[in-house]
Design a protein around this ligand. Structure first.
Ligand SMILES: *[C@@H]1O[C@H](CO)[C@@H](O)[C@H](O)[C@H]1NC(C)=O
Ligand SMILES: *[C@@H]1O[C@H](CO)[C@@H](O)[C@H](O)[C@H]1NC(C)=O
Ligand SMILES: *[C@@H]1O[C@H](CO)[C@@H](O)[C@H](O)[C@H]1NC(C)=O
Ligand SMILES: *[C@@H]1O[C@H](CO)[C@@H](O)[C@H](O)[C@H]1NC(C)=O
Length: 960
């Protein structure tokens, strides 16, 4: 009978569907199923038996194995069961911002031997941190902050020798900070770790002197708001890499060790609210200090230390209730970066004289409760809040001066609209800065040690917004815009503000979007500009997922259709079959379409070169497109040539200028090398490195498309070809920029990269003369991308004569020190303006021969390039020569690292009276005007293209 056959067909159909082989490894499926069974609110795609094949949201697989689970802000509810340990290939686990995940962490978490990132920020886990976490030997990032963990810090964490980031802050941890003994490990062994964030716990006992040693690489030590006692160990002064030190709100006693002064990279230091005693430490050496708070200690009666006035980077000095006395020296107010002096409740007397103050930055002088009897203002200072309440100057009867009252000026900043009119939105949607109604992803951004205190300067937020957007775009996250609002200091002097992230292209995010954005913020993939310091994001649960209502009841509705078909006979069944065929055809069609759109189809079909390139943000251009953008590769657009082929200028339809490097026949790389090169280039992202926009691998051509860098190469400028005069200050800036780019490649790119061909023709100058390192034709990714350690490799020697490291040449062992050598040669080139080998003379030998450190300008006056401006004082020239010569030491091991070179050049700029951290992107209005009007060439006539306003340190680079 007809209907029986139909029933048979239905059964067969169901069998065909369910016996399609699942991609996912069985253990992995069982583990996820177990998690799903105990969790509420998992994404609706979590159905079926094949998480890898059917792409469960938040799950990433490599082949059949689950390697990453990222489920931030999903509203997950439940506990983390030991089943997770079945996921033996898991590398990343991020469950942040699920405040209804409770219970303790399973001991079996220690079985996840491949785990690199364990990120559980702001859940509600409790109980002890399992000792077994110390056996996760691949772990680089451990963030358990803002939970309710109790008990002590497991000493076993000291075994995590790849750990980069340790954040246990804001829990209920007790006991002492563990250090190693002969038999047990401790945190002192974490010599590669950069971050100890242990604040807001109940840790007790002394800060163990053994915790710190000179071999460490810590940059942030945050121990604030614990119950630590005893004195600050002098070993802290051995950790030269430190940038932020927070020991405030503890019960520390005794004097501040004098060698703290050796920490020359520290920019924010908080020692407030302890029982520290005198004398006040002399911190003259800490010349990068921006924010110093030593309030509420008992250093003993002292005058305002004169060395405060020498801290050129200082933005903020907070010295409440520290028994300071006498007159505040007026030269203190001439510090050009000073924003805030908060020294209330001291014994200052005499006159407050701020006539020398710089008005661009200064925003608050709070000296309430002192003995000050007179105040000398400077004109134009209205913007500065001066508070002298409870001083004799305000105690005469009848004074009505504004400084005799306390006025609250909170910042009410909120991201401005982007040239549009705010929409009025329905149903709890919010109008974005682009005036689109949508459901934003929200949360609180918390900065634990910003370098500034003037919250009324909106530029800070604009810069932060831009850096957020750049990071989201760079990582191809579906973000339209961000809104920052209500910046404020919370009770722990953290800077907090509200963040709204708006979806791109639709009115709400899907699960994957939230998982990826949450991870970018929880796992610190977003790096804020350095003035913001260490941050934490507290994401809210996202409640408005796209497609929630539709997909929610998938399972039951399918079953319903099938039951209906069986019961109702042929009509429904035929419909079902028809729908199946249709769906199949649609799928084929879709596959075909993706193939056409897929930029890497050619890689797909050519398996010999190993599959699709792993690209981050680089775009695939067709030959036709590039031909059009470069006006048929016209001669007028030809801007350079070399052995490899030509470089053409081009214009994208958006107006953006590009440089197209087109390999000529004969110099093409193999497909594999070309792929490797673009993969490498697309991962590199730093303002001092020329960035790759895209590539073309079409019609037998190989082309790389770069951002266009308008002012050509350093070599061209040194030779006078571009008409840009490089005076001493500009040369220092160029050296610093190039050094930073190179340091990024060595130390922060992932994998680290050795350039192998550093020379003045590979350093390009942009419209503001920022140096950008270019041309990675010979570059080598290095070492182990997980640890980020550079190792050496043996390679065929390549490079350019005159710049090549002799040690590399002889041993063929390439290390990052070979780049340091070449960079040293470039520094000498900057000094002399000469090519490294000119008329048979080698610049390294020339300089070494002439050098006499006892004489004026080291006796190098004759060798110096005349356009350097010999009539001006060449401040720091001797130091510059010292650094250059260190770089060209014969033994690689005697040469500094690029990171050290950066520090040295920054110091030299300091000596020259410039702020090396000023971002040249914030150049003065006068420059911008000149460049717009084109009335005159900005470099030849403007006094200084580097008119540093000193506002913003360069953004921290963004490792991937
Ligand atoms: C660090 O400081 C101490 C004491 O202030 C000093 O004696 C020592 O030389 C310094 N060490 C270095 C390496 O600068
Ligand atoms: C602080 O130290 C510097 C050098 O380290 C020294 O020149 C200066 O006199 C010292 N200042 C005081 C007040 O001790
Ligand atoms: C100093 O102590 C007072 C009183 O406990 C407190 O109100 C103030 O916030 C503290 N100052 C700082 C900068 O921590
Ligand atoms: C300010 O205080 C210092 C120290 O307490 C004292 O020696 C000095 O005479 C006072 N100066 C004035 C103008 O009151």
């Amino acid at each position: 009978m007809g209907s029986r056959i139909l029933v048979f067909l239905v059964v067969a159909l169901i069998q065909v569907c369910t016996t399609t082989p699942a991609v996912t490894n069985n253990d992995d499926f069982n583990a996820l199923k177990a998690l799903k069974d105990v969790w509420d609110n998992v994404p609706p795609t979590w159905v079926g038996a094949d998480p890898c094949g059917s792409r469960w949201d938040g799950i990433v697989c490599t082949n059949s194995r689950v390697t990453s689970i990222t489920l931030a802000s999903m509203g997950l509810k439940g506990t983390l069961s030991g089943d997770i340990s079945l996921l033996s290939e898991l590398q990343i686990l991020d469950l942040s911002y699920n405040t209804e995940l409770t219970g303790s962490l399973p001991l079996a978490i220690g079985d996840l031997k491949k785990l690199t990132n364990l990120i559980l920020v702001r859940c509600r886990f409790s109980g002890p941190i399992p000792d077994a976490i110390g056996s996760l030997s691949q772990l680089t990032d451990l963030s358990l902050n803002s939970n309710r963990f109790s008990g002590s810090i497991p000493p076993s964490l000291g075994n995590l020798d790849k750990l980069f980031w340790l954040d246990l802050a804001d829990n209920m941890l007790t006991g002492t900070i563990p250090v190693s003994t002969g038999t047990t490990p401790g945190l002192d062994l974490l010599v590669h770790t950069k971050h100890f964030h242990l604040g807001f716990n109940q840790l007790t006992g002394q800060i163990p002197p053994k915790l710190f040693s000179s071999g460490m690489n810590l940059i942030h030590v945050l121990l604030e708001s614990n119950k630590l006692t005893g004195s600050i160990p002098s070993t802290l002064g051995l950790v030269k890499s430190l940038e932020v030190v927070r020991l405030d709100n503890n019960s520390l006693t005794g004097p501040v060790p004098s060698n703290i002064n050796n920490l020359t990279s520290v920019s924010e230091m908080f020692l407030s609210n302890n029982g520290l005693t005198g004398p006040l430490p002399n911190l003259t050496g800490m010349d990068h200090l921006t924010y110093l708070d030593m309030s509420n200690n008992t250093f003993g009666a002292t005058d305002f230390p004169p060395w405060f006035s020498t801290l050129q980077s200082l933005t903020t000095l907070v010295m409440e209730k520290t028994q300071l006395q006498g007159q505040i020296p007026s030269d203190f107010f001439s510090l050009s970066n000073l924003q805030t002096l908060d020294a209330r409740n001291n014994k200052f007397n005499g006159t407050l004289d701020i006539r020398t103050s710089s008005i661009n930055q200064l925003s608050l002088i709070d000296l309430r409760e002192n003995q000050i009897s007179a105040f000398t203002e400077r004109p134009g200072i209205e913007k500065v809040g001066v508070i002298l309440v409870d001083n004799p100057v305000c105690q005469e009867t009848g004074v009505t001066e504004s400084y005799c009252s306390v006025s609250q000026n909170e910042s009410s900043y909120s991201t401005p609209l982007n040239n549009c009119v705010a929409s009025s939105c329905f149903a709890n949607q919010i109008s974005s800065p682009n005036c689109k109604c949508a459901f934003p992803y929200t949360g609180l951004l918390q900065f634990r040690a910003p370098s500034f205190s003037n919250l009324g300067n909106d530029t800070y937020y604009t810069v932060l917004e831009q850096s957020l957007m750049n990071s989201f775009k760079f990582h191809q996250l579906p973000v339209d815009s961000v809104n920052l609002s209500h910046p404020r200091k919370d009770s722990s002097t953290y800077l907090v503000m509200n963040l709204q992230v708006f979806p791109f292209g639709q009115d709400r995010f899907n699960w994957t979007g939230i998982s990826r954005i949450g991870f970018a913020l929880s796992n610190q993939i977003f790096k804020p500009p350095s003035q913001f310091g260490p941050f934490v994001f507290h994401g809210d649960t996202y409640l408005n997922f796209a497609g929630k209502e539709v997909t929610g009841s998938n399972k039951s509705s399918n079953t319903g259709v099938i039951i209906g078909a069986v019961a109702g006979g042929s009509v429904l069944l035929l419909l079902l079959l028809g729908a199946g065929l249709y769906a199949h055809r649609q799928k084929k069609r879709a596959e075909k379409a993706t193939e056409q759109n897929n930029p890497f189809a050619q890689w797909e079909s050519n398996k010999s070169i190993g599959g699709v390139p792993q690209l981050k943000g680089a775009r695939n251009f067709s030959f036709e497109e590039l031909r059009k953008y470069s006006n048929n590769f016209s001669e007028t657009n030809d801007i350079g040539s070399g052995g490899y082929g030509n470089v053409y200028r081009g214009v994208l339809p958006t107006g953006e200028l590009i440089a197209i490097k087109r390999a000529q026949q004969g110099s093409m790389q193999g497909g594999l090398e070309f792929k490797t090169e673009i993969e490498l280039l697309s991962r590199v992202h730093h303002k001092n490195v020329v960035s790759l926009i895209g590539f073309c691998f079409d019609r037998g051509e190989q082309m790389l498309v770069y951002e266009f860098v308008p002012n050509g190469s350093l070599m061209e400028s040194l030779s006078g070809k571009t008409g840009i005069r490089l005076d001493w200050v500009r040369r220092l800036k160029v050296a610093l920029g190039a050094a930073r780019g190179l340091a990024y490649l060595h130390e922060l790119a992932n994998p680290p990269i050795i350039h192998r061909d550093i020379k003045s023709s590979n350093i390009l100058l942009d419209e503001r003369l920022n140096a950008k390192v270019a041309d990675f034709g010979l570059s080598k990714p290095m070492g182990d991308s997980e640890t980020g350690h550079l190792t050496h490799v043996t390679t065929q020697v390549k490079g350019t004569m005159g710049y090549m490291d002799p040690e590399y040449y002889m041993t063929q062992q390439l290390t990052e020190k070979s780049d340091v050598y070449s960079f040293g040669v470039v520094m000498l080139e900057l000094l002399t303006g000469k090519r490294p080998i000119e008329k048979g003379k080698y610049v390294v030998r020339e300089v070494k021969t002439a050098l006499d450190r006892a004489k004026y300008l080291y006796n190098l006056g004759e060798l110096l390039d005349s356009s350097i401006g010999l009539d001006t004082t060449l401040k720091g020239l001797d130091k510059f020569v010292d650094v250059a010569l260190k770089c060209v030491e014969e033994n690689g091991s005697d040469r500094p690292t690029m990171g050290e070179v950066v520090k040295e050049i920054e110091n030299i700029l300091h000596l020259a009276g410039l702020n090396p951290n000023a971002d040249s992107a914030s150049t003065s209005a006068s420059y911008d005007d000149a460049s717009k009007g084109n009335a005159k060439h900005p470099y030849i006539f403007s006094k200084d293209a580097f008119d540093y306003s000193g506002d913003f340190p360069a953004s921290k680079v963004e490792p991937l």
